[in-house]
Design a protein around this ligand. Structure first.
Ligand code: MTE
Ligand code: MO
Length: 204
């Protein structure tokens, strides 16, 4: 794994300023714990056979082993984390590979407009491409200087600090680029597709 100590930390905890004056979104309460929320428990993932794959409207489909993924250029960021069920955790330190890095390597087609993230537990979640192409959307494998724990989505999860956390797939196995929107697991079950915490976009 990349040496976290040598990565300088980019502070993204001020991104709330795009949406207003309050760092804590309305209706949220701050917690120092890091609760675990999963639709169906933590899947068992064999790090030897795990693959991180990219397909769809790209010029080059990608498939990384965990080892190869850890060798990609990495970034460490300080971010806040907002769960739609009402808790927020400030100042999470995440290390991983930026969305931009992966998109560049895949060569995203000009007509790609949407992204569907796939996960090992059958979970999916979607975002417009433009909402992925920004600082903070990170494929995370390190948390607070250590490995990302399995319950929190290790070996690799997505984080989306400008959205409720259900937009960040834990145990991510695939990134699919699309010309048309395809709704994810919770988006099909009534959660908001836009999911902006500062507008309290909780339900669709
Ligand atoms: N693969 C997968 N990713 C997921 C989920 C899930 O059930 N499966 N739950 C989502 C929800 S609703 C939240 S709030 C966050 C919770 O992340 P945490 O367990 O690390 O707090 O993961 C999101 N990503
Ligand atoms: Mo959630």
């Amino acid at each position: 794994m990349a040496d976290h100590a040598t990565n300088s930390v980019t502070d993204l905890t001020d991104l709330y300023r795009e949406y207003g004056d309050e760092r804590l979104p309305p209706g949220q309460r701050q917690t120092d714990r890091f609760p675990v929320l999963s639709k169906s428990g933590t899947p068992s993932i064999d790090p030897e056979t795990y693959r991180f794959e990219v397909w769809g409207t790209v010029s080059e489909e990608l498939s990384y082993s965990l080892e190869a993924f850890h060798d990609l250029p990495s970034a460490t960021q300080r971010q806040d984390f907002h769960c739609v069920t009402g808790w927020s955790k400030f100042d999470c330190r995440f290390t991983g590979v930026t969305f931009e890095e992966i998109a560049t390597r895949a060569g995203v087609d000009a007509d790609a407009e949407h992204v569907l993230f796939h996960a090992a537990d059958g979970y999916t979640t979607n975002l417009p491409l433009s909402e992925c192409e920004r600082d903070g959307v990170l494929f995370v494998y390190g948390y607070d200087g250590g490995e990302l724990p399995p319950d929190h989505g290790g070996p690799i999860r997505v984080v989306t600090p400008h959205k409720y956390a259900y937009k960040g797939a834990k145990w991510v196995t695939g990134v699919e680029f699309l010309t048309e929107r395809q709704l994810g697991y919770w988006e099909r079950r009534g959660y908001s597709d836009t999911a902006n915490p500062w507008n309290e976009e909780r339900y669709g």
